[in-house]
Ligand binder design. Structure first.
Ligand code: GDP
Ligand code: IMO
Ligand code: MG
Length: 464
Protein backbone atom coordinates (compact mmCIF):
# COMPACT_ATOMS: atom_id res chain seq x y z
CA UNK A 1 0.00 0.00 0.00
CA UNK A 2 1.12 3.55 -0.76
CA UNK A 3 2.70 5.38 2.19
CA UNK A 4 0.70 8.47 3.13
CA UNK A 5 2.00 11.58 4.87
CA UNK A 6 0.80 13.18 8.11
CA UNK A 7 0.06 16.56 9.63
CA UNK A 8 1.36 18.10 12.85
CA UNK A 9 -0.39 21.09 14.33
CA UNK A 10 1.40 23.99 16.02
CA UNK A 11 -0.73 26.40 18.05
CA UNK A 12 -0.19 29.25 20.50
CA UNK A 13 -1.24 28.32 24.02
CA UNK A 14 -1.72 31.75 25.56
CA UNK A 15 -2.99 35.10 24.21
CA UNK A 16 -0.96 35.21 20.97
CA UNK A 17 2.56 36.33 20.09
CA UNK A 18 4.24 33.38 21.84
CA UNK A 19 6.86 33.20 19.08
CA UNK A 20 5.00 30.66 16.94
CA UNK A 21 6.72 31.86 13.76
CA UNK A 22 10.14 31.35 15.29
CA UNK A 23 9.33 27.74 16.13
CA UNK A 24 7.74 27.12 12.71
CA UNK A 25 10.88 28.49 11.07
CA UNK A 26 12.98 26.24 13.30
CA UNK A 27 11.17 22.97 12.55
CA UNK A 28 9.81 23.67 9.04
CA UNK A 29 12.68 21.76 7.47
CA UNK A 30 11.14 18.49 8.66
CA UNK A 31 7.96 19.00 6.63
CA UNK A 32 6.96 19.46 2.97
CA UNK A 33 4.15 21.98 3.44
CA UNK A 34 3.51 24.76 5.96
CA UNK A 35 -0.18 25.64 6.10
CA UNK A 36 -2.32 28.32 7.74
CA UNK A 37 -5.88 27.40 8.74
CA UNK A 38 -7.35 30.43 10.53
CA UNK A 39 -7.28 34.18 10.82
CA UNK A 40 -5.83 36.71 8.42
CA UNK A 41 -3.67 39.79 8.60
CA UNK A 42 -4.46 40.15 12.32
CA UNK A 43 -1.59 37.71 12.83
CA UNK A 44 1.91 39.12 13.12
CA UNK A 45 4.47 36.33 12.89
CA UNK A 46 8.08 37.47 13.26
CA UNK A 47 11.23 35.76 12.12
CA UNK A 48 14.52 37.46 13.00
CA UNK A 49 17.44 36.49 10.81
CA UNK A 50 20.97 37.83 10.53
CA UNK A 51 19.77 39.62 7.37
CA UNK A 52 16.92 41.37 9.19
CA UNK A 53 13.48 40.86 10.57
CA UNK A 54 10.29 39.96 8.71
CA UNK A 55 6.77 40.17 10.07
CA UNK A 56 4.46 37.81 8.21
CA UNK A 57 0.71 38.26 8.43
CA UNK A 58 -0.99 35.89 6.02
CA UNK A 59 1.76 33.94 4.31
CA UNK A 60 2.98 30.89 6.28
CA UNK A 61 6.29 31.11 8.14
CA UNK A 62 8.07 28.52 5.97
CA UNK A 63 9.24 31.13 3.44
CA UNK A 64 12.96 30.63 4.14
CA UNK A 65 12.96 27.04 2.83
CA UNK A 66 12.96 27.09 -0.96
CA UNK A 67 11.64 23.54 -1.30
CA UNK A 68 8.65 23.95 1.04
CA UNK A 69 5.14 24.61 -0.18
CA UNK A 70 3.03 27.24 1.57
CA UNK A 71 -0.73 26.83 1.84
CA UNK A 72 -3.41 29.26 3.03
CA UNK A 73 -6.52 27.26 3.87
CA UNK A 74 -10.22 27.91 3.47
CA UNK A 75 -10.59 28.80 7.17
CA UNK A 76 -8.51 31.94 6.62
CA UNK A 77 -9.88 35.29 5.57
CA UNK A 78 -7.97 37.02 2.80
CA UNK A 79 -6.90 40.63 2.57
CA UNK A 80 -5.80 40.59 -1.09
CA UNK A 81 -4.13 44.02 -1.02
CA UNK A 82 -2.09 43.08 2.04
CA UNK A 83 -1.05 39.75 0.52
CA UNK A 84 0.42 41.72 -2.37
CA UNK A 85 2.30 43.92 0.11
CA UNK A 86 3.61 40.83 1.87
CA UNK A 87 4.74 39.30 -1.41
CA UNK A 88 6.70 42.50 -2.08
CA UNK A 89 8.33 42.37 1.37
CA UNK A 90 9.28 38.73 0.80
CA UNK A 91 10.76 39.55 -2.62
CA UNK A 92 12.99 42.14 -0.95
CA UNK A 93 14.56 39.28 1.01
CA UNK A 94 15.33 37.60 -2.34
CA UNK A 95 12.79 34.91 -1.66
CA UNK A 96 10.62 33.59 -4.47
CA UNK A 97 7.29 31.95 -3.66
CA UNK A 98 6.25 31.36 -7.28
CA UNK A 99 4.91 27.80 -7.59
CA UNK A 100 5.24 27.48 -3.82
CA UNK A 101 2.31 29.50 -2.50
CA UNK A 102 -1.24 28.15 -2.77
CA UNK A 103 -4.31 29.98 -1.52
CA UNK A 104 -7.57 28.03 -1.16
CA UNK A 105 -10.26 29.35 -3.48
CA UNK A 106 -12.74 28.59 -0.69
CA UNK A 107 -11.26 31.26 1.60
CA UNK A 108 -13.47 34.32 2.14
CA UNK A 109 -12.42 37.73 0.92
CA UNK A 110 -12.01 40.53 3.44
CA UNK A 111 -13.98 43.29 1.73
CA UNK A 112 -13.30 47.01 2.24
CA UNK A 113 -16.53 47.45 4.19
CA UNK A 114 -15.36 44.79 6.68
CA UNK A 115 -12.28 46.83 7.47
CA UNK A 116 -14.30 50.03 7.69
CA UNK A 117 -16.76 48.50 10.13
CA UNK A 118 -13.93 47.04 12.23
CA UNK A 119 -12.24 50.44 12.45
CA UNK A 120 -15.51 52.13 13.41
CA UNK A 121 -16.90 49.64 15.89
CA UNK A 122 -14.33 47.40 17.53
CA UNK A 123 -12.60 49.88 19.86
CA UNK A 124 -14.05 48.28 22.97
CA UNK A 125 -12.48 44.93 22.13
CA UNK A 126 -9.25 46.48 20.89
CA UNK A 127 -9.12 44.49 17.65
CA UNK A 128 -6.31 44.80 15.12
CA UNK A 129 -8.75 46.65 12.79
CA UNK A 130 -8.13 44.25 9.94
CA UNK A 131 -11.79 43.51 9.33
CA UNK A 132 -11.50 40.01 10.78
CA UNK A 133 -14.69 39.98 12.89
CA UNK A 134 -16.94 41.55 10.23
CA UNK A 135 -15.65 39.09 7.60
CA UNK A 136 -16.30 36.01 9.74
CA UNK A 137 -19.68 37.51 10.73
CA UNK A 138 -20.62 37.93 7.06
CA UNK A 139 -19.36 34.41 6.40
CA UNK A 140 -22.01 33.20 8.85
CA UNK A 141 -24.64 35.62 7.47
CA UNK A 142 -24.00 34.50 3.86
CA UNK A 143 -26.51 36.89 2.31
CA UNK A 144 -28.25 40.05 3.52
CA UNK A 145 -31.38 41.37 1.75
CA UNK A 146 -30.45 39.53 -1.41
CA UNK A 147 -26.86 40.82 -1.39
CA UNK A 148 -24.07 38.28 -1.16
CA UNK A 149 -21.91 39.24 1.83
CA UNK A 150 -19.68 36.16 2.05
CA UNK A 151 -17.61 36.26 -1.12
CA UNK A 152 -15.10 33.49 -1.61
CA UNK A 153 -11.96 33.91 -3.70
CA UNK A 154 -13.02 31.29 -6.25
CA UNK A 155 -16.46 32.83 -6.58
CA UNK A 156 -14.89 36.23 -7.28
CA UNK A 157 -12.59 34.73 -9.91
CA UNK A 158 -15.50 33.07 -11.65
CA UNK A 159 -17.86 36.05 -11.37
CA UNK A 160 -15.90 39.32 -11.61
CA UNK A 161 -19.25 41.15 -11.52
CA UNK A 162 -19.21 40.38 -7.78
CA UNK A 163 -16.90 43.38 -7.49
CA UNK A 164 -20.07 45.46 -8.00
CA UNK A 165 -21.56 43.71 -4.99
CA UNK A 166 -18.43 44.49 -2.98
CA UNK A 167 -18.76 48.14 -3.99
CA UNK A 168 -22.42 48.24 -2.96
CA UNK A 169 -21.53 46.61 0.37
CA UNK A 170 -19.00 49.41 0.91
CA UNK A 171 -21.33 52.20 -0.18
CA UNK A 172 -24.00 50.94 2.24
CA UNK A 173 -21.64 51.10 5.20
CA UNK A 174 -20.29 54.51 4.17
CA UNK A 175 -23.84 55.82 4.15
CA UNK A 176 -24.84 54.09 7.36
CA UNK A 177 -21.88 55.43 9.32
CA UNK A 178 -21.74 58.75 7.48
CA UNK A 179 -18.07 58.29 6.58
CA UNK A 180 -16.44 61.05 4.53
CA UNK A 181 -12.89 60.02 3.72
CA UNK A 182 -13.15 56.78 1.71
CA UNK A 183 -12.19 56.96 -1.96
CA UNK A 184 -14.41 54.18 -3.28
CA UNK A 185 -13.08 54.23 -6.83
CA UNK A 186 -9.45 53.97 -5.73
CA UNK A 187 -10.27 51.27 -3.18
CA UNK A 188 -12.04 49.17 -5.81
CA UNK A 189 -9.23 49.61 -8.33
CA UNK A 190 -6.66 48.46 -5.77
CA UNK A 191 -8.78 45.44 -4.95
CA UNK A 192 -9.19 44.44 -8.60
CA UNK A 193 -5.48 44.85 -9.23
CA UNK A 194 -4.66 42.78 -6.14
CA UNK A 195 -6.86 39.92 -7.36
CA UNK A 196 -4.97 39.94 -10.66
CA UNK A 197 -1.64 39.77 -8.83
CA UNK A 198 -2.62 36.90 -6.57
CA UNK A 199 -4.59 34.91 -9.16
CA UNK A 200 -1.62 32.63 -10.03
CA UNK A 201 -1.51 31.58 -6.37
CA UNK A 202 -5.19 30.70 -6.06
CA UNK A 203 -5.67 26.95 -5.93
CA UNK A 204 -8.80 25.70 -7.70
CA UNK A 205 -8.46 22.09 -6.63
CA UNK A 206 -10.40 21.89 -3.37
CA UNK A 207 -8.67 18.58 -2.56
CA UNK A 208 -5.18 20.01 -3.07
CA UNK A 209 -3.82 19.43 0.45
CA UNK A 210 -5.64 16.14 0.83
CA UNK A 211 -4.02 14.81 -2.35
CA UNK A 212 -0.59 16.06 -1.26
CA UNK A 213 -0.79 14.16 2.03
CA UNK A 214 -2.28 11.09 0.42
CA UNK A 215 0.75 11.02 -1.85
CA UNK A 216 3.13 11.03 1.11
CA UNK A 217 3.74 14.73 1.78
CA UNK A 218 3.86 16.03 5.35
CA UNK A 219 2.21 19.17 6.69
CA UNK A 220 2.90 21.51 9.57
CA UNK A 221 -0.17 23.56 10.41
CA UNK A 222 0.67 27.05 11.66
CA UNK A 223 -1.91 28.38 14.10
CA UNK A 224 -2.59 32.08 14.27
CA UNK A 225 -3.80 33.88 17.40
CA UNK A 226 -4.01 31.41 20.25
CA UNK A 227 -6.13 29.23 22.47
CA UNK A 228 -7.25 32.03 24.79
CA UNK A 229 -8.39 34.12 21.80
CA UNK A 230 -10.58 31.33 20.34
CA UNK A 231 -14.03 32.59 19.40
CA UNK A 232 -15.67 29.99 21.65
CA UNK A 233 -13.05 29.01 24.22
CA UNK A 234 -11.80 32.53 24.98
CA UNK A 235 -13.42 35.32 26.95
CA UNK A 236 -16.10 36.67 24.61
CA UNK A 237 -16.12 39.46 23.41
CA UNK A 238 -12.37 39.81 23.99
CA UNK A 239 -11.43 37.20 21.42
CA UNK A 240 -10.74 36.91 17.72
CA UNK A 241 -13.47 35.57 15.43
CA UNK A 242 -11.97 32.27 14.31
CA UNK A 243 -11.25 28.94 15.96
CA UNK A 244 -7.66 28.87 17.07
CA UNK A 245 -7.61 25.47 18.77
CA UNK A 246 -5.79 22.43 17.36
CA UNK A 247 -8.93 20.74 16.02
CA UNK A 248 -9.64 23.74 13.81
CA UNK A 249 -6.59 22.93 11.70
CA UNK A 250 -8.46 20.08 10.04
CA UNK A 251 -11.45 22.25 9.15
CA UNK A 252 -9.80 25.48 8.05
CA UNK A 253 -6.74 23.65 6.73
CA UNK A 254 -8.66 21.46 4.27
CA UNK A 255 -7.32 18.12 5.42
CA UNK A 256 -9.03 15.09 6.89
CA UNK A 257 -8.27 14.65 10.63
CA UNK A 258 -7.20 11.05 10.02
CA UNK A 259 -3.78 12.43 9.08
CA UNK A 260 -3.14 14.09 12.46
CA UNK A 261 0.08 12.95 14.10
CA UNK A 262 0.93 15.33 16.98
CA UNK A 263 0.26 18.77 18.40
CA UNK A 264 2.94 21.21 19.43
CA UNK A 265 2.05 24.09 21.74
CA UNK A 266 4.03 27.31 21.96
CA UNK A 267 4.04 29.42 25.10
CA UNK A 268 6.27 32.10 26.51
CA UNK A 269 7.87 32.36 29.92
CA UNK A 270 6.61 35.89 30.50
CA UNK A 271 3.11 36.24 29.09
CA UNK A 272 1.62 39.05 27.04
CA UNK A 273 -1.76 40.09 25.78
CA UNK A 274 -2.60 42.80 23.28
CA UNK A 275 -6.10 44.22 23.21
CA UNK A 276 -8.61 44.28 26.02
CA UNK A 277 -10.03 41.55 28.23
CA UNK A 278 -9.21 39.36 31.21
CA UNK A 279 -5.59 38.56 32.05
CA UNK A 280 -5.32 37.29 35.61
CA UNK A 281 -1.52 37.29 35.90
CA UNK A 282 -1.03 40.81 34.48
CA UNK A 283 1.55 43.01 36.17
CA UNK A 284 -0.40 46.05 37.27
CA UNK A 285 -3.85 44.55 36.54
CA UNK A 286 -6.51 47.03 35.47
CA UNK A 287 -4.06 49.97 35.53
CA UNK A 288 -1.90 48.22 32.95
CA UNK A 289 -4.91 47.25 30.82
CA UNK A 290 -6.14 50.86 30.72
CA UNK A 291 -2.67 52.23 29.98
CA UNK A 292 -2.18 49.76 27.11
CA UNK A 293 -5.67 50.54 25.78
CA UNK A 294 -4.25 53.87 24.65
CA UNK A 295 -2.58 51.80 21.97
CA UNK A 296 0.29 52.95 19.81
CA UNK A 297 0.42 56.22 21.82
CA UNK A 298 2.47 54.26 24.36
CA UNK A 299 4.71 52.65 21.77
CA UNK A 300 8.31 51.57 22.27
CA UNK A 301 9.92 54.93 21.47
CA UNK A 302 7.59 56.66 23.89
CA UNK A 303 8.33 54.23 26.72
CA UNK A 304 12.10 54.25 26.10
CA UNK A 305 12.24 58.01 26.31
CA UNK A 306 9.95 58.19 29.34
CA UNK A 307 11.02 55.42 31.72
CA UNK A 308 14.20 54.28 33.44
CA UNK A 309 14.16 50.51 33.06
CA UNK A 310 16.31 49.59 36.09
CA UNK A 311 14.30 51.87 38.34
CA UNK A 312 11.01 50.43 37.09
CA UNK A 313 12.23 46.86 37.47
CA UNK A 314 13.07 47.26 41.15
CA UNK A 315 9.83 49.11 41.90
CA UNK A 316 7.35 47.65 44.38
CA UNK A 317 4.56 48.71 41.98
CA UNK A 318 3.79 45.76 39.63
CA UNK A 319 2.52 48.18 36.95
CA UNK A 320 6.01 49.68 36.73
CA UNK A 321 7.65 46.23 36.72
CA UNK A 322 5.38 45.43 33.76
CA UNK A 323 6.61 48.46 31.83
CA UNK A 324 10.24 47.45 32.40
CA UNK A 325 9.58 43.84 31.33
CA UNK A 326 7.81 45.09 28.20
CA UNK A 327 10.80 47.22 27.24
CA UNK A 328 13.30 44.45 28.00
CA UNK A 329 11.21 41.88 26.13
CA UNK A 330 10.43 44.22 23.24
CA UNK A 331 6.73 43.43 23.64
CA UNK A 332 5.07 45.71 21.09
CA UNK A 333 2.56 44.50 18.50
CA UNK A 334 4.02 43.30 15.18
CA UNK A 335 0.80 44.33 13.45
CA UNK A 336 -0.29 47.36 15.46
CA UNK A 337 2.83 48.61 17.40
CA UNK A 338 0.63 48.66 20.51
CA UNK A 339 2.29 47.98 23.88
CA UNK A 340 1.52 44.39 24.85
CA UNK A 341 0.23 43.88 28.39
CA UNK A 342 2.69 41.82 30.44
CA UNK A 343 2.01 39.05 32.96
CA UNK A 344 3.51 36.20 34.94
CA UNK A 345 3.52 32.75 33.39
CA UNK A 346 0.17 31.29 34.40
CA UNK A 347 0.49 27.53 34.88
CA UNK A 348 -3.23 26.95 35.46
CA UNK A 349 -4.06 28.57 32.14
CA UNK A 350 -1.17 26.76 30.43
CA UNK A 351 -2.20 23.34 31.79
CA UNK A 352 -5.78 24.02 30.73
CA UNK A 353 -4.72 24.91 27.17
CA UNK A 354 -2.49 21.82 26.97
CA UNK A 355 -5.23 19.49 28.20
CA UNK A 356 -7.95 21.01 26.04
CA UNK A 357 -5.86 20.63 22.87
CA UNK A 358 -4.10 17.37 23.67
CA UNK A 359 -0.73 19.05 23.26
CA UNK A 360 2.07 16.49 22.95
CA UNK A 361 5.09 18.81 23.19
CA UNK A 362 5.61 22.31 24.40
CA UNK A 363 8.08 24.95 23.25
CA UNK A 364 8.65 27.70 25.82
CA UNK A 365 9.99 30.89 24.29
CA UNK A 366 11.57 33.88 25.98
CA UNK A 367 13.27 31.92 28.77
CA UNK A 368 16.21 34.33 28.33
CA UNK A 369 14.05 37.12 29.73
CA UNK A 370 13.55 35.35 33.07
CA UNK A 371 17.00 36.64 34.02
CA UNK A 372 15.42 40.10 34.39
CA UNK A 373 13.68 38.96 37.57
CA UNK A 374 17.11 38.86 39.28
CA UNK A 375 16.96 42.67 39.25
CA UNK A 376 13.49 42.93 40.79
CA UNK A 377 12.81 43.80 44.41
CA UNK A 378 11.95 40.17 45.31
CA UNK A 379 14.83 38.68 43.29
CA UNK A 380 12.48 35.83 42.40
CA UNK A 381 10.51 34.52 39.41
CA UNK A 382 6.79 34.74 40.19
CA UNK A 383 4.47 32.18 38.56
CA UNK A 384 0.75 31.64 38.92
CA UNK A 385 0.44 28.09 40.25
CA UNK A 386 -3.20 28.02 41.31
CA UNK A 387 -6.59 29.70 40.96
CA UNK A 388 -8.92 30.35 43.85
CA UNK A 389 -12.59 31.00 43.05
CA UNK A 390 -15.06 31.64 45.87
CA UNK A 391 -12.45 30.32 48.34
CA UNK A 392 -12.14 27.01 46.44
CA UNK A 393 -9.14 25.99 44.35
CA UNK A 394 -10.02 25.26 40.71
CA UNK A 395 -7.87 23.64 38.03
CA UNK A 396 -9.59 25.04 34.94
CA UNK A 397 -10.19 28.42 33.34
CA UNK A 398 -13.81 29.40 34.02
CA UNK A 399 -15.98 30.30 31.04
CA UNK A 400 -17.50 33.61 32.02
CA UNK A 401 -15.82 36.98 32.39
CA UNK A 402 -17.72 37.42 35.64
CA UNK A 403 -16.34 34.22 37.17
CA UNK A 404 -12.86 34.90 35.85
CA UNK A 405 -12.82 38.39 37.31
CA UNK A 406 -13.37 36.79 40.74
CA UNK A 407 -10.43 34.41 40.39
CA UNK A 408 -7.53 35.15 42.75
CA UNK A 409 -4.24 33.88 41.39
CA UNK A 410 -2.07 31.86 43.77
CA UNK A 411 1.48 33.02 43.18
CA UNK A 412 4.61 30.98 43.89
CA UNK A 413 8.06 32.54 43.79
CA UNK A 414 10.90 30.54 42.29
CA UNK A 415 14.66 31.17 42.69
CA UNK A 416 16.11 33.26 39.90
CA UNK A 417 19.46 33.19 38.13
CA UNK A 418 21.68 36.06 37.09
CA UNK A 419 23.74 34.88 34.12
CA UNK A 420 22.52 35.29 30.55
CA UNK A 421 21.47 32.03 28.87
CA UNK A 422 21.75 33.55 25.38
CA UNK A 423 24.74 31.43 24.34
CA UNK A 424 23.83 28.17 26.02
CA UNK A 425 23.14 25.36 23.56
CA UNK A 426 22.24 22.39 25.76
CA UNK A 427 19.62 21.94 28.47
CA UNK A 428 22.19 20.40 30.81
CA UNK A 429 24.18 23.65 30.82
CA UNK A 430 21.28 25.86 31.83
CA UNK A 431 21.44 27.41 35.31
CA UNK A 432 20.23 24.88 37.90
CA UNK A 433 17.43 27.23 39.01
CA UNK A 434 16.06 27.35 35.45
CA UNK A 435 16.37 23.58 35.03
CA UNK A 436 14.30 23.12 38.20
CA UNK A 437 11.72 25.64 37.04
CA UNK A 438 11.35 23.84 33.71
CA UNK A 439 10.95 20.53 35.53
CA UNK A 440 8.17 22.07 37.65
CA UNK A 441 6.44 23.29 34.48
CA UNK A 442 6.72 19.85 32.88
CA UNK A 443 5.36 18.17 36.00
CA UNK A 444 2.49 20.62 36.46
CA UNK A 445 1.38 20.58 32.83
CA UNK A 446 2.11 16.86 32.35
CA UNK A 447 3.65 17.76 29.00
CA UNK A 448 7.22 17.31 27.81
CA UNK A 449 9.38 20.05 26.33
CA UNK A 450 10.28 20.14 22.66
CA UNK A 451 12.55 23.07 23.39
CA UNK A 452 12.97 26.55 24.77
CA UNK A 453 13.74 29.94 23.26
CA UNK A 454 16.84 31.75 24.44
CA UNK A 455 16.64 34.91 22.32
CA UNK A 456 14.79 36.50 19.43
CA UNK A 457 17.18 35.42 16.65
CA UNK A 458 16.28 32.31 14.68
CA UNK A 459 19.25 30.35 16.06
CA UNK A 460 18.50 31.22 19.71
CA UNK A 461 16.94 28.01 21.03
CA UNK A 462 17.68 24.75 22.81
CA UNK A 463 16.02 21.52 21.72
CA UNK A 464 15.36 18.98 24.49
P1 GDP B 1 3.90 34.90 16.98
O1 GDP B 1 2.76 35.77 16.60
O2 GDP B 1 3.51 33.84 17.96
O3 GDP B 1 4.65 34.32 15.82
O4 GDP B 1 4.92 35.84 17.76
P2 GDP B 1 5.35 37.35 17.37
O5 GDP B 1 6.27 37.28 16.23
O6 GDP B 1 4.17 38.22 17.27
O7 GDP B 1 6.08 37.80 18.70
C1 GDP B 1 7.13 37.09 19.26
C2 GDP B 1 8.33 38.04 19.42
O8 GDP B 1 9.24 37.46 20.33
C3 GDP B 1 9.09 38.25 18.12
O9 GDP B 1 9.59 39.55 18.09
C4 GDP B 1 10.22 37.23 18.23
O10 GDP B 1 11.38 37.62 17.52
C5 GDP B 1 10.50 37.26 19.71
N1 GDP B 1 10.99 35.99 20.27
C6 GDP B 1 10.64 34.74 19.91
N2 GDP B 1 11.27 33.85 20.71
C7 GDP B 1 12.02 34.54 21.59
C8 GDP B 1 12.88 34.17 22.67
O11 GDP B 1 13.09 33.00 22.99
N3 GDP B 1 13.48 35.21 23.34
C9 GDP B 1 13.28 36.52 23.02
N4 GDP B 1 13.91 37.45 23.74
N5 GDP B 1 12.47 36.89 22.00
C10 GDP B 1 11.84 35.92 21.32
P1 IMO C 1 -0.64 36.19 16.39
O1 IMO C 1 -0.99 35.15 15.34
C1 IMO C 1 -2.07 38.70 19.65
C2 IMO C 1 -6.22 40.07 19.44
C3 IMO C 1 -6.46 41.56 19.25
C4 IMO C 1 -7.79 41.70 19.98
C5 IMO C 1 -8.51 40.42 19.61
C6 IMO C 1 -9.45 40.55 18.42
O2 IMO C 1 0.40 37.13 15.95
O3 IMO C 1 -0.40 35.55 17.71
P2 IMO C 1 -9.07 40.74 15.79
O4 IMO C 1 -8.34 41.75 14.96
O5 IMO C 1 -8.59 39.34 15.61
O6 IMO C 1 -10.56 40.83 15.65
O7 IMO C 1 -8.78 41.16 17.32
O8 IMO C 1 -7.50 39.46 19.31
N1 IMO C 1 -5.33 39.45 18.43
C7 IMO C 1 -4.08 39.08 18.65
N2 IMO C 1 -3.30 39.22 19.74
N3 IMO C 1 -1.58 38.04 18.58
C8 IMO C 1 -2.36 37.86 17.49
O9 IMO C 1 -2.00 37.09 16.45
C9 IMO C 1 -3.66 38.43 17.48
N4 IMO C 1 -4.65 38.47 16.57
C10 IMO C 1 -5.68 39.09 17.17
O10 IMO C 1 -5.45 42.32 19.84
O11 IMO C 1 -7.58 41.69 21.36
MG1 MG D 1 2.21 37.80 16.67
Amino acid sequence: MKKTGFADVLIGLQYGDEGKAKVIDLIADKYNIIARFNGGANAGHTIETSKGKIGLHQIPSGIFYEDKLLYIGSGCVINMVKIVEELDAIKKLDIDVTNRLFISDQASVIQPHHILVDILTAGEIGTTKNGIGPTYADKAMRMVNGRLVNIKLGELLDNPELFDQIEVNLERKIQKHNVKDVNVEKTMQELKQALKTITPFIQRDTLFLQKQVESGKTVLFEGAQSVMLDVTKGFVPYVTSSHTVAGAAFVGGDLSPKFHRKTIGVAKAIMSRVGNGPFVSEFGGRESEEYCMDGAKHNKDYEMSTYNVDKMLISSNPFEVGIALRLLGNEYGTTTKRPRRIGMLDLVQLSYAIKMNGVDEIFLNKCDLLVDFAKTKDKAIPLVTGYSLDKKEIDYVPASNTAYSKVSPIITKFPTFSDSIANIKSAARLPKQLQKLLQTIEKTTECKFLGIGTGSQREAYILF
